[in-house]
Design a protein around this ligand. Structure first.
Ligand SMILES: [Ca+2]
Ligand SMILES: [Ca+2]
Length: 357
């Protein structure tokens, strides 16, 4: 192209994304300024309300400045509410390509607590639960650990899910029926040494506390609350699977030999598939014999000791159930083998039952 000797003014485009260095989220309402030229990134008020009812949901951080003189250095000043301003210098090369300049800004807000678990005031906390504190900014981990306290005192270990979330895991279960108060002292700092603002009022120098209470005492091992069919009753339907219901969830000690199922008439073990369900805080074990039970035979199921709840309360004695299969004429051939598509829920004993001598 020819401009007949008359030089066209050369202008360029400078564009990029402005993000928060901690969260990586684009910043709404940030400005990029080059000389007299300014661009403000989209905000909920300016744009995002058309797409969302949540002011926090959408961000793009995108800025776009045109008419920038080319073949020169451009100094870009970035600023946003609650962020430290920053500058970048780039060479604006020519008028045919975009000149990209992304920037990450540092929040000037003081760190506070964004969320805790258990929640403040929760009065049904399991003594096995861990304590989690999520901060509003990336934190100086050592300062947070040193600022942490719990009353009554508990020994434990700190881990971090990421730079925002600290987890305190007690070395042993905490006490039942006890109210604990967790405090993060004002000495906690974020990654950039901003002091902690416990009550999140904008003025640092105060602590954050929350309390929770643990559940009622449980010193009992799981007990069998239901059995189908009922022990010693006639087992009227040899095709029906049978079940044991425990009054709480089995969390430990379940092994391939926890249940011993025997045909006492023939003195042979009864190979079965066993399926475990945890529903409404209870464990149900469903037994599906590999082949039909035999009418008029006597069967015995031994529930071995060793299974325990989540607190380590363990069953200490074997429990024995027996029943007789009814002598009804029934010409079915096999129980559904239940083997397709449900493998991951099945728990299959390596040896179903042991043969008594
Ligand atoms: Ca404060
Ligand atoms: Ca228990």
């Amino acid at each position: 192209m020819s401009y007949h000797g008359k030089a066209r003014p050369k202008v360029g485009i400078v564009t990029g994304i402005i993000t928060d260095v901690d969260t990586g989220l684009p910043i709404n309402g940030a400005t990029a300024t080059i000389g007299e030229l300014t661009y403000t990134t989209d905000t909920y008020e300016s744009l995002f309300n058309k797409y969302s009812s949540d002011p926090e949901q959408l961000h793009n951080g995108f800025y776009y400045i045109e008419q920038v003189p080319t073949d020169a250095e451009a100094k870009i000043i970035f600023s946003a509410k609650d962020y430290y301003s920053d500058t970048l210098s780039i060479s604006v090369l020519n008028d045919t390509t975009f000149n990209f300049a992304d920037i990450q800004l540092y929040s000037s807000l003081k760190p506070s607590v964004a969320a805790v678990s258990p929640t403040d005031g929760n009065n049904a906390v399991e003594p096995t639960d861990v304590i989690g504190i999520t901060f509003s900014k990336k934190m100086n981990k050592i300062s947070c650990q040193e600022a942490f306290s719990i009353v009554p005192s508990v020994e434990g270990q700190f881990t971090w899910s990421n730079d925002f979330r600290m987890v305190f895991t007690p070395n042993a279960n905490i006490q039942f029926e006890t109210t604990y108060t967790v405090t993060i002292a004002a000495t906690a700092k974020d990654l950039y040494d901003h002091p902690f603002d416990g009550n999140n009022d904008g003025t640092p120098g105060d602590a954050y506390s929350f309390s929770f209470t643990t559940t009622i005492t449980d010193l009992d091992a799981p007990a069998i609350s239901n059995l189908f069919p009922v022990g010693n009753d006639e087992f009227v339907n040899p095709r029906a699977p049978f079940s044991i219901v425990f009054d709480e969830e089995i969390k430990s000690g379940l092994t391939a030999t926890s249940f011993v199922f025997t045909n006492k008439t023939t003195n042979t073990s009864v190979p079965s598939k066993i399926r475990k369900h945890d529903i409404d805080g209870k464990t149900t074990m469903n037994f599906f014999p590999n082949s039909a039970l035999i009418p008029n035979n006597e069967y015995e199921l031994i529930v071995k000791s060793g299974m325990g709840d989540k607190y380590g309360n363990t069953r200490t004695e074997d429990e024995v159930f027996s029943f007789i299969v009814a002598g009804i004429a029934d010409n079915f051939t096999a129980i559904d083998n239940f083997e397709s598509g449900i493998a991951e829920n099945w728990w299959e004993p390596q040896q179903s039952g042991s043969t008594t001598e």
